[in-house]
Design a protein. Structure first.
Length: 316
């Protein structure tokens, strides 16, 4: 399959990392792709570096300019301008293995979503050998169940998604959400997908920095998570069936995952404020009769013993 892939890269003050990111794309063994860089009001030399790397290459590329609106808006802008059949929106400081696109296109059939396993802070870029038994063909419900149980690792920059599927289901990044927007985007895609291909080999390299939004964040960002999460959960439950056995627990798990990050970055008082803002006790009481016994015990402890969980989250 030689379908075109559009690579979306939001750029904002990543001059230290953008060169390695671009080189990992330019060196792909698959050649039918375009690069769309969205300059989100960058103030450093990122775009100068981009032009220097790409000007003498034979890679199709475009640079879109916008006022600083955040990564979600930048990704949406890139997707709207993409000409490929497939979309991947990667972070400007991360890396792809050299054969990522070739492997994905060799194995894909009629899936809506291709999901790549990932590795955090790999020592170097490399080619990863992928065998046939590393490639899992999943229904949407199997992917959602695996996402909930963490049997499968889904991250939005590690997803190659059919553009026609995104358009048909009106799936975009929520630019009003300032934290966990990647998780919500993953959730949207898995909720709507009929078929998902999961490659259980780390073809996406996630680079963690001490100044990333996952390691530093202002408290107000966490409050933007609630509204899109509730809307998506409602859609999820409406579309679900008996094969989605975790459908009443996923919103609770989602909020508690956010609180895990909150505990590492914020005070205990802020942690409790957010626990109350997310109305976790009300959600637990609403869904508890539909939860498994193990889920009831786990959620009860996490919700009703906040100081214990706060201290525990800070240690993990």
């Amino acid at each position: 399959m030689n379908q075109k892939i559009s690579v979306i890269i939001p750029v904002y003050n990543t001059e230290k990392y953008i060169e390695n990111c671009l080189k990992s794309i330019v060196e792909q063994t698959y050649n039918n792709y375009e690069i769309i860089l969205v300059n989100d009001g960058s103030l450093d030399n990122s775009i100068t570096i981009v032009k220097k790397i790409l000007k003498d290459s034979n890679i199709q590329y475009r640079i879109l300019e916008q006022k600083n609106q955040g990564v979600a808006a930048a990704r949406n802008n890139g997707i709207a301008n993409a000409t490929g059949e497939w979309i991947i929106a990667i972070d400007s400081d991360d890396l792809l293995c050299k054969d990522t696109f070739e492997v994905a296109m060799n194995y894909v059939k009629d899936e809506d979503v291709i999901a790549l396993d990932y590795e955090i802070n790999p020592n170097k870029n490399r080619i990863v050998k992928v065998e046939k038994n590393d490639v899992h063909s999943l229904s949407g419900s199997e992917a959602l169940n695996g996402y909930y149980t963490r049997n499968y690792q889904f991250v939005s920059p590690g997803m190659i998604i059919k553009k026609s599927f995104l358009l048909a289901n009106k799936i975009t990044y929520d630019d009003g959400c300032r934290f966990a927007e990647d998780d919500i985007y993953v959730w949207k895609n898995l909720c709507m997908a009929n078929k998902v291909m999961y490659i259980r080999k780390p073809l996406y390299n996630y680079i963690m920095h001490c100044n990333s939004t996952m390691t530093t964040s202002k408290a107000e960002k966490f409050y933007t998570v609630k509204s899109p999460s509730i809307a998506l959960n409602k859609c999820y439950i409406q579309k679900s069936n008996n094969t989605l056995k975790y459908r009443y627990a996923i919103l609770l798990r989602h909020y508690l995952g956010v609180l895990h990050i909150v505990a590492k970055l914020q005070t205990y008082d802020e942690y409790v404020n957010l626990l109350n803002f997310y109305e976790l006790r009300g959600l637990f009481n609403k869904y508890k009769n539909k939860l498994t016994f193990r889920e009831k015990i786990s959620f009860y402890i996490q919700i009703y013993f906040p100081r214990f969980m706060y201290l525990g989250f800070r240690l993990v």
